[in-house]
Design a protein around this ligand. Structure first.
Ligand code: ARG
Length: 300
């Protein structure tokens, strides 16, 4: 090959490597709960400090921005009525585990949140979902994430190993147990984002140090091309992000994570949820996805 041809070939290869895959958004169905009763009156994770003031109006405004963004992206958002004295109910991801119309109720580790399980289950029962009441401690989709036909399930702080078996039995999907080891990342969705849940293109991002050595090996084996984030971005709860396969709603503080997402062809959309972060949650925590495998490409 003449030198100029060689240069052209090298250039083509470099471009191919640099060119990220095309990403497709699929419409999602979410359940959210307005933070009308949000406050930090107890401390059940290291982010919560009950001695600091909270601004409920700001929490509602930030939540509304997130809600309106989902609607503008073409997603369907349903609402559950907030219940007084359940200040963490805004973190809808914990409300239940839902897959193809089947719902396993949440059964919270902490007494302070126990009332949320029945409140969410009632919402689903009223709408004709097939509901199951959990006997083991699980915190819904905070700890159970669907990707590539598997359910990744966190344990160590909230959801128990026994609950993983219950999730598998009720939802009929293989459950992969992952051990969380850092109290700042007490739910799986604080340490791992599902960027693409589909079977063909399953893709995740995670913070390795949040997981036990064995679980890190499991993640490397299942997702060798996964994106791993910096300690700074993890500490901003950057992984508590919501992807529709193309748009990724993410904390504005997770700067490097946004760059990494762009390199992979995703479109990060920063949304500030700083007030809700006082409760230890971000965008993903506020969002329960009513997963159905009939949405092409959404989940599998
Ligand atoms: N204060 C809540 C708790 O500690 C925050 C829940 C965050 N939710 C989540 N899906 N990570 O239980």
């Amino acid at each position: 090959m003449a030198p100029s041809q060689e240069d052209a070939a090298t250039g083509r290869r470099a471009r191919r490597r640099a060119e990220p895959p095309a990403r497709t958004a699929t419409p999602r169905h979410y359940l959210m709960c307005r933070p009308d009763h949000f406050t930090v009156s107890y401390e059940i994770n290291p982010w919560m400090d009950a001695s600091l003031p909270t601004d409920r109006d700001l929490a509602v405004a930030q939540w509304q921005e997130l809600h309106d963004l989902y609607v503008s992206l073409g997603h369907t958002v349903e609402l559950i009525d907030p219940v007084p004295d359940l200040p963490d109910m805004v973190f809808a991801a914990n409300g239940a585990t839902v897959l193809d119309g089947v719902v396993l109720s949440a059964h919270f580790h902490h007494e302070e949140r126990r009332g949320e399980g029945p409140a969410y289950l009632h919402w689903f029962a009223e709408r004709g979902y097939e509901t199951h009441t959990a006997t083991e401690v699980n915190e819904g989709q905070g700890d159970v994430l669907l990707v590539g036909g598997l359910l990744l399930a966190g344990t160590g702080f909230r959801t128990t190993l026994a609950a993983h078996a219950e999730v598998q039995e009720v939802l009929g999907r293989p459950v992969i147990s992952l051990s969380l080891v850092d109290p700042h990342f007490y739910h799986l969705d604080t340490a791992l984002t599902v960027l693409d849940g589909s079977e063909e293109r399953a893709e995740i991002a995670y913070y390795p140090a949040a997981f036990s050595p064995g679980s890190q090996r499991v993640l490397r084996r299942l997702f060798p091309d996964a994106l791993t984030v910096t300690a700074e971005d993890a500490a901003a709860l950057g992984l508590n992000a919501v992807s529709d396969g193309r748009h990724v709603v993410v904390s504005p503080q997770a700067v490097t994570y946004q760059e990494q997402l762009r390199e992979r062809g995703f479109e990060p959309i920063p949304v500030d949820t700083s007030e809700l972060l006082k409760g230890g949650g971000g965008a993903k925590c506020c969002t329960l996805e009513l997963c159905t495998t009939s949405t092409p490409g959404a989940v599998a």
